[in-house]
Design a binder for this molecule. Structure first.
Ligand code: GDP
Length: 291
């Protein structure tokens, strides 16, 4: 069963983004580097078409560096688009973002033509962290200036560099079933929208395919061959057994085991993992989008 997630308010955001984008020089989209395709909001591309785009692969400290390189190459090959990978809490890499914006809109800069940047991203992707890092000590919020409402908050990074927060919430939009599982695994969709056991099993399917070594090391599992021909439930059961999530009669509490796997993926304790490659994501899209 695919994950169902239909948050409201999207039409309001859509209109507000269209209005705001007119006076914007670069659109930054923060993506979760562990699931760049799934954490993108397809609506944004429609609304900001033609504006230079900076894709920021955030939480790169938790992602697989080899796959981050694949995603960067993928985005850098798109017209008017550049990609950088960051850990939003670190000041030095965040400064690269300012340079990248100047590269994308070279005609902007100086007091007469300040750089105006819109920062977008689904909840929990690291927007506030990034904005706070960029603000540092010297910049001030100007949200209480006349004419600037809370929703169109302008943040001054330098005298000639302004960030605008997304007016409204840019919720994730699940367009292929795999994205639903990846978003759930990352914590980007509400807990009521999914079953932990199902999400953990999908997560284990990816890990078994691409990161079996990390699983094996973390949960002291046998060789990959031991699990060949078995389903993900068997793998989850074994993990539960190793972690002692037992019910009466020696049965394994799969719910608890699932929570452990999901938590350890989110926290990065399993290792640096990226759930999807650009190639896989393109295949899922081609195989059919959800209605
Ligand atoms: P927002 O909802 O987009 O504003 O997201 P937040 O800035 O509140 O970040 C959500 C969570 O992700 C917080 O717990 C942050 O500490 C964490 N976070 C943000 N950026 C990074 C990053 O680059 N690396 C890691 N490991 N965690 C991050």
């Amino acid at each position: 069963m695919a994950i169902q997630w239909f948050p409201g308010h999207m039409h309001v955001t859509k209109k507000a983004v269209i209005d705001r984008v007119k006076e914007i020089d670069v659109v930054i989209e923060l993506l979760d580097a562990r699931l760049p395709g799934s954490s993108a909001n397809p609506m944004l591309a429609e609304l900001t078409l033609g504006k230079p785009a900076l894709k920021v692969l955030n939480k790169q400290d938790l992602a697989d560096p080899a796959r981050t390189a694949l995603w960067m190459a993928h985005y850098n090959a798109l017209p008017g688009t550049q990609a950088i990978a960051l850990d939003a809490s670190e000041p030095a890499p965040a400064q690269r973002l300012v340079q990248a914006c100047h590269g994308l809109a070279p005609n902007r800069g100086g007091m007469a033509k300040p750089m105006r940047v819109l920062v977008c991203g689904i909840p929990n992707v690291g927007k506030s962290t990034l904005i706070n890092t960029l603000k540092g000590k010297r910049a001030a919020k100007t949200g209480d200036e006349a004419g600037i409402t809370r929703l169109e908050q302008r943040i001054t990074i330098a005298d000639d560099f302004y960030l605008y927060d997304t007016p409204g919430m840019l919720w994730p939009r699940i367009i292929v079933p795999q994205s639903g599982y990846h978003l759930a695994a990352s914590g980007a969709v509400g807990r009521n929208a999914y079953e932990e056991e199902e999400v953990a099993q999908e997560l284990l399917a990816v890990l078994r395919r691409s990161y079996f070594g990390l699983l094996q090391a973390r949960y002291r599992l046998g060789a990959a061959e031991v699990f060949e021909g078995q389903d993900e439930e068997a793998l989850l059961t074994e993990i539960g057994r190793k972690r002692g999530t037992l019910l009466g009669g020696g049965r394994v509490n799969l719910q608890k085991a699932a929570e452990i796997v999901i938590y350890e993926f989110r926290a990065g304790t399993l290792g640096r993992i990226t759930l999807e490659t650009p190639e896989e994501f393109a295949q899922w899209l081609a195989a059919g989008q959800l209605a």
